[in-house]
Structures are given as C-alpha cells and as structure tokens.
Design a protein. Structure first.
Lengths: 281, 333
C-alpha cells in the first residue's frame, strides 16, 4: 500500500511542533517582542514588513495604523487566542463529559432531559447564541471563555453518552455492581478511563474551533476589547486598511491559519494513532 | 417445595420478569416479553443446581434476577432468610458480598485497562480492605484458581480464554461468597479447556462449601457438575429433578427431546430421536395452556387450554405436564 503524503507520524510531528511553538510563543511573548504591543508611534504608522520597500528598522513585520509593532502584537495576541481556546475547550469538555456520562449511565428521565437539551442547543446556531450573550454581558477574555465553553458542551455530551451507554452493559461493569460498587466508582474506574482516547481527539480538534470562534467574535468587535492585541481584533483593524496596508490583515490571518491548521493536524494524527484499528497501538 | 428448610440457601418463589415493550410517541406499553414467568425452586446449601434450556428461555435472566442485577417484576428471592427482592440501596450492597457471578464471555468480563491484580482486588477494595491485605489476598486467589502470582501485573489481553475465566472466578471468590451464579461459564471456551474450568469450579465448591446455580445450554456439562437439574422452556421450569433421575427417566416430553438430541460419542450408536418441529414461540405471546403444546408430540386439547402445574411425581422429581401423573415415578432409576 502506498504511504499517504501525510501519514499519522508526520501529522503528529508537524501539528505538535506548531502547537508547541504557539504555546512557547504565548509563554515567552515578552521576550520575543522587541516593542510593547500597545505602544503607539505615529511617526512609524503603516510601515510594511522588513522584506518590502520602505520598511522601518526594527519592525520586522511592519506596523499598524497606530505605529504599533505587528510582530509584538501577534506574539502577545497568541496569549489571548490560546488562553481562550484552551480554557473554553476545558470548560465545554468538563461540562459535556460529565453530563454525557450521567445521561448514558443513568438513562431514563435524566437521559431524556440532558440529551434533549443538547439536541435543542445543537439545533440552535451556537455562534448566534455566543454573539447574543457577549453583546449582552460585554466582551472580555473571561466572558468569551464562559460563552464559548457553555455553547460547546454538546459535542462532548453526545460522544460520551453513546460510549457510556455501551460500556455500562459490559460484564465487568455488572461484576462491579455485583460487588456493591457505587455509581460514581463505576464511572470513575470503568467508564471514564475508556473515554480518554476519544476525548483527547475531540478536545484537540475543538481547541481549533474555539480559537476560530474567538477570532470571529473579536473580528466582529464582540471579543476582547481593543487596544489589547488579539488575532481577531488585528484582523478587523487590518480590514479597514486592506488596500493601504494589506500586511496587517494578511499576517494576523496567517497566524490564525497556521495555528488552527497545526492543531487540526495534531488532532487528526492523534485520532489515527489512538484508533485501535490502526493496528500498532 | 413450599416448606422452608434450614438446608435451603436460596428459595425462589413466583419469580417473574416481564420486559415491557414500548411503542409510539408516548412510549405506550404495548406488551411485554415474559422472559421469566412464575418460577419457583430452591437451591440447597452446598449443591449445584443446573439450569438448562435453549437460548432465550429465560435461564440467564433467572440468574441475573437472583443476583439482583435486574429487579424482578414479581416474586421473592429468599437468600439465607433475607428477601433480596425487597432490598434496595446500601442494604443490598452489603448483601451482595455473599453472592457472586461468573459470566459467559471471558473477553468482556474483564476491564481491558485494568491489571489482573486490580480486577481481582476490586471487590476487596469495594469491601474496604487496605492495599497490603488486598495484595496478599490477590496472590492467594491467583494460586487457588491455578494461576501464578507473577500474572498479577498483566493485562487481560495477555491471557487465553480459559485463563481469563480463571481470573473471573478469582474475582468472584475474592470476598468469600456463599453462592455463585455461573452463567454459561464455559460456553465460550474450547472443549479441552471447558473440562479444566468445570473441574476447577467443582474443586472450589468442595474446598469452600460453595453453592452454585449453573446456567448452561450444554447438557453434558450440566450433567457433569450438577446435583439437581432444572429444565426451562419459554420462561417456565418444565422439569426439575435429581440429576440421575432427570437424565435416566426424563418425564417431560421437552426434556426427553432435549436429551435425545445430545450426541452420543460412539460411532454407529442407534437410539430413538424425538424430533421437535417448529421454532420456539415468541415470549411476547406465549401459547395458551402448556407452553410446549405447539411442538409437543403428545399434546391434546387439555394441553392447549390448561396450564399444567409443576407437580411432584415422586422422589422429588417435578414435572409440569398433563401426561405425567402424580406419583408415577417408581423408584426405578
């Protein structure tokens, strides 16, 4: 059989490398940035990147409308994107996994309430819901995390619900019951550990979704309020100067694309790796 | 059979399990699968009661009911004088240590992500034993079931079916139960391994004074391990007797047909086969009267209308058939 161009090892290495680089960038943003990301320098405004004519010394990726260093803003912007993406994923993951496990394990009325609620929320465009809530309570990193976290729990609930329901019927779960195990013990010992591989994949892919959602909300002016740098804000500001200074939107957009692509590749690689049918687990 | 005896460990009376069939928008109950229907028997201390029947006759459900893994629709399960069917919550949890189960499928019976030590130690952990006590007991149990102590840190996929079944048996024995329901414990194993596991169960019974309910569709295995045997058909017990009597002088036509279907390991052996026609009717709508009448070679009008009770035909041989009369059993077996 011919090896695919991107086999799972390449996906995991490349994706993982990009993710690690992005995390390092977020952690060491102050060291990587030659300028304060919010420091305005109106004499140096709208300077193109170093490889174009008319570049300003020291501003590798150019400057924006207020003369702020674009590279420094992208570096600091990664903090917001990763913080919001990972935290929202964790919140959604914890909520969804718990509710899904309870619904799958308990069944009956509890299952109906939880899963029908999930269905209802899945039928509602969650982005619209996020816009609505952020518009009502205002944009901040914390609010974004809460809104995105609460609007993303259903996917986890669905995945864990199905798996839990099939695991609950396994004879070793019945054996635990017959030894007098409490529900919580069974969930903790017999059900949750078996969900981990699947949850790893789902949550990796969801971080990318969350980062995109944060960018989109910030782009619409509903995310992190300026002047704090976020990739979404920068993209929105760049849009206004698209013909004068295309590098602002292009470079912040490129940052988003690279990180999301990296995370998705890592997630897909992990999925192939953790799938028992891949044969070399 | 209704007189309670101090030698009885388990007394099942009128045990019934109906699985409701729901349909439509409002989950209206449109009927029920009558998996177990008004079943009564006793299991004496230290004996093995074999429970045989075709698949779907309710024998496994009976075992699971006695284990209280599913609640009965009706009827009582008296275990050592305590009615399990009335117990709930922590009172039931405490009682559970006294009765355990060994299941059919050795591949799903063990959590693939837990080591043997963790699996066997689980009941001990749940019973509140500390780590050192658990480790000691796990080693002991591994030896008892014929495995070595170095197996403790391995995972289920490193074992064969027979070895896994031994691990399952060790787990059942961990908290020193009085009673074990063996639900087709050897059906998934190779014939050569079956004998080993059955003999292990027999040895353990002798050593620890265990009482078994041995559920199986394999008449040969049941004959080997049981003291008494009950035959089930469509959720009912149709015959119950001492093993020797049941195999030599079966009274119920269904038992006779079952026994005649057992292959004889002798080439050229001739015998009378009782051929049954048709399939087992649906337990959703069991036939009127005697449930076996649709396939019985002896059925007449009475059989179609009146349900035969399980009567003593002599020598503690019970049969539910209009064609078998009370006291008809002479001591000829």
């Amino acid at each position: 059989m011919r090896r695919p161009l991107f086999d799972k090892r390449l996906k995991m290495t490349l994706g993982g490398g990009i993710v690690v680089a992005a995390i390092l960038m977020a952690i060491f943003a102050p060291l990587l940035s030659p300028f304060d990301p919010n420091q305005q320098d109106l004499l140096q405004r709208l300077k193109p990147p170093a490889w174009s004519a008319g570049a300003a010394a020291g501003h590798w990726l150019g400057t924006d409308n207020f003369g702020r260093d674009l590279w420094s803003r992208i570096a600091f912007g990664s903090r917001i994107s990763i913080l919001v993406g990972v935290s929202a994923m964790l919140l959604a993951g914890v909520l969804g996994t718990l509710l899904g496990m309870v619904a799958g394990y308990k069944g009956g009325r509890i299952e109906q309430v939880i899963m029908r609620f999930a269905d209802a929320q899945l039928a509602f465009p969650d982005f619209l819901l996020a816009i609505l809530i952020v518009a009502a309570i205002g944009g901040s990193a914390l609010n974004l995390i809460l809104v995105l976290g609460v609007s993303g729990w259903m996917i986890y609930a669905r995945v864990t619900f199905g798996l839990t329901r099939s695991l609950r019927e396994r004879p070793y779960v019945e054996a635990a019951v017959s030894h007098g195990a409490w529900d919580w013990y069974i969930i903790r010992r017999h059900i949750f550990p078996q969900l981990v591989p699947v949850l790893t994949v789902v949550s990796t892919l969801q971080v990318a979704q969350m980062i995109l959602a944060e960018t989109a909300l910030s782009f619409l002016g509903l995310g992190i309020p300026p002047p704090a740098p976020s990739w979404g804000n920068m993209l929105a500001e760049g849009r206004d100067r698209l013909f004068v200074a295309p590098w602002i939107a292009n470079l912040s957009g490129l940052a988003i694309i690279i990180v999301v692509w990296g995370i998705n590749m890592l997630g897909n690689g992990l999925r192939e790796h953790l799938d028992p049918r891949s044969g070399d687990l | 059979m209704t007189v309670r005896d101090a030698t009885d460990l388990v007394e099942v009376s009128g045990l019934t399990k109906h699985f409701p069939l729901r349909k439509g928008l409002f989950s209206r109950q449109v009927g029920a699968v009558r998996a177990v229907d008004d079943v009564s028997f006793v299991i004496r201390r230290g004996e093995t009661l074999g429970l045989v029947g075709e698949s779907g006759c309710g024998k496994s459900t009976t075992g699971r009911l006695i284990m209280r893994l599913i609640p009965p629709t009706e009827g009582g399960i008296l275990f050592d004088g305590v009615d399990l069917s009335k117990l709930e919550g922590s009172a039931l949890r405490r009682m559970r240590r006294q009765f355990q189960m060994v299941v059919q499928d050795p591949f799903n019976a063990l959590n693939p992500r837990m080591t043997v030590a963790e699996t066997i130690g689980e009941p001990l952990y749940l019973a509140g034993q500390d780590r050192t006590a658990r480790e000691r007991r796990v080693k002991e149990l591994l030896e008892v079931v014929g495995l070595a102590s170095y197996h403790a840190e391995r995972y289920p996929h490193e074992f064969s079916g027979g070895q896994r079944q031994r691990i399952g048996i060790a787990r059942a024995l961990a908290v020193k139960p009085k009673f074990i329901v063996c639900d087709e414990p050897v059906s998934a194993l190779d014939v050569s391994i079956q004998a080993q596991v059955v003999n292990l169960l027999k040895d353990l019974q002798r050593e620890y004074a265990l009482t078994y309910l041995f559920v199986s569709h394999d008449l040969g295995v049941v004959r080997h391990i049981s003291d008494r045997v009950a035959v089930m058909y469509l959720g009912k017990i149709v015959e119950l007797a001492d093993k020797r009597r049941l195999y030599s002088t079966p009274k119920h036509p269904y038992t006779q047909a079952l026994l005649s279907a057992v292959p004889v390991p002798r080439p050229g052996a001739r015998r009378d086969r009782v051929m049954l026609t048709g399939d087992v009717p649906s337990a959703r709508r069991p036939p009127s009267g005697c449930r076996f009448h649709t396939r019985c070679p002896l059925a007449d009008e009475t059989c179609r209308q009146v349900e035969p009770p399980l009567i003593d035909v002599g020598n503690n041989h019970y049969a539910a058939c209009h064609r078998v009369t009370k006291g008809s059993e002479r001591d000829d077996a």
